[in-house]
Design a protein around this ligand. Structure first.
Ligand SMILES: Nc1nc2c(ncn2[C@@H]2O[C@H](COP(=O)(O)OP(=O)(O)OP(=O)(O)O)[C@@H](O)[C@H]2O)c(=O)[nH]1
Ligand SMILES: [Mg+2]
Length: 421
């Protein structure tokens, strides 16, 4: 897609009140760019992202620092990009292209790769026109790039649209299959817990610790681009010998502020998992300077995805997990406990048992105990019970099978008609 960016000397620019050079620098670092300088402006310029004067300053900075790539904190229109490229006279990469490139590098399975390709094509399509150095040719020629003939452009656009249609079709087939699998799992299966949160919060580290597996974690943004589901045995240890039903735990794609719209599709799976989970664990990096904003971004993305019908924390049991407590001072811990009552402050690297305890408690609260009588003719209903219910007592009677069970609330209503007390 982009020509190799690794190890290139990059200058970062951020314009507008919501610029965030620190995070942009981490995104650039994730791609292996070497950040050598930055320039900021409080107002975003419609013509060239930076105002005219600032563009002059930028050109001098680039020369001084011998920078090879310019990275902007916002997506640029193709004309903004042209103007900026003309001033900078080096390759310009906007925030969207940067994030798409990270997704491309980190996509491991076929569906994730298709999602990223779709995002890239969506990004590229409106930029085919007029000699804009399209994503595939970033770095080519800068201001001197000339557009290919109109006919060629139309041909390119048509090819892009055709490819997009094919990807959308394949992804929708994939989605149907996934939904069938999920529905099947949900029907007879154990309760589900989803780990959601800002990128780099430690979700995969938590999954690994709870399931004793070893999925890739790294101090890079968007390390995980697929959802992974693992069964966690209810007896998984805090050493206290507590037991709880088994539950399935799902790791999801991290969220980021100013999420490129082209990538929203890539989050569909994550959002479905979050929507369907019995318990939602919102993970955050307790040591982040932007903790509050990161939590709000995650809630916003989820709320948006649940299309306003159910805000986070209303329909589902939600646990706020403030991770990486090992990195914060004692004083900050007290502040966090006061600011986020009910949250779990812990370090996934040291000990996940505080979170496990909170999940167990939430699972217990999310369950009801009831006595049911299943008539002989409806024995089929019994088999669905196994796996999701704790059975305390059972006995055959003339009317049918009497059971004393504890069930997850979401499933309990299905047995309501058999209920005797
Ligand atoms: N100090 C400290 N570092 C942690 C802790 N938990 C995770 N990390 C580190 O934080 C970084 C990110 O962890 P991941 O588990 O990959 O985070 P993630 O939320 O899965 O990130 P994405 O997949 O990119 O969304 C890694 O370098 C981890 O080793 C913790 O409790 N303490
Ligand atoms: Mg991860």
């Amino acid at each position: 897609m982009t020509e190799e960016l690794t190890q290139k000397r990059a200058v970062l620019v951020g314009a507008g009140e919501d610029r965030e050079i620190g995070e942009l620098s981490r995104l650039a670092g994730t791609l292996g760019l070497e950040v050598v300088g930055s320039l900021e402006q409080s107002r975003r310029d419609g013509v060239g992202y930076l105002g005219r004067g600032k563009r002059g300053e930028l050109a001098r900075l680039i020369e001084l620092l011998r920078a090879e790539v310019l990275v902007t904190d916002d997506e640029l229109s193709s004309s903004q990009s042209r103007v900026l490229e003309k001033a900078a006279r080096i390759q310009v990469v906007d925030r969207t292209a940067l994030i798409i490139r990270i997704f491309e590098l980190h996509a491991r399975d076929a569906p994730s790769r298709l999602e990223v390709e779709l995002a890239e094509l969506t990004y590229r399509l409106p930029r085919v026109r007029g000699g804009y150095a399209a994503l595939s040719r970033l770095g080519g020629g800068g201001a001197t790039t000339r557009g290919p003939g109109e006919q060629q452009l139309e041909y390119d656009r048509r090819a892009i649209r055709k490819r997009m249609q094919r990807i959308v079709k394949r992804l929708s087939e994939e989605k149907d299959a996934r939904e069938i699998r999920r529905a099947r799992l949900k029907k007879g299966g154990p309760p589900s817990v989803a780990l959601v949160g800002y990128t780099n919060a430690g979700k995969t580290t938590i999954l690994n610790a709870l399931s004793r597996e070893n999925h890739s974690t790294a101090d890079r943004l968007f390390e995980t681009l697929e959802t992974t589901t693992r069964l966690v045995a209810g007896t998984t240890g805090n050493g206290k010998g507590d037991t709880c039903p088994d539950f399935v735990l799902t790791d999801t794609v991290g969220v980021i502020r100013k999420l490129p719209t082209q990538l929203v599709h890539s989050f569909a799976d994550t959002l479905e998992v979050a929507r369907d989970a019995d318990i939602l664990v919102v993970c955050a990096d307790a040591n982040s300077g932007k903790l509050e904003e990161e939590i709000r971004t995650v809630e916003y993305v989820l709320r948006d995805a649940f299309s306003g019908k159910s805000a986070v924390g209303l329909r589902q049991e939600t646990i706020l997990c403030l991770n990486k407590s090992d990195l914060v001072s004692e004083e900050r811990r007290r502040e966090l406990a006061a600011s986020y009552p009910g949250s779990v402050l812990m370090s996934a690297q040291l000990d996940v048992s505080p979170l496990l305890d909170a999940i167990k408690k939430a699972l217990a609260q999310n369950r009801v105990r009831m006595q049911i009588l299943i008539p002989h003719a409806e024995y089929g209903a019994v088999s669905d019970l196994y796996g999701q219910a704790e059975i305390h007592a059972r006995g055959n009677t003339a009317e049918g099978l009497r059971l004393d069970v504890t069930l997850p609330k979401p499933q309990a209503h299905r047995y309501a008609r058999y209920r005797t007390s």
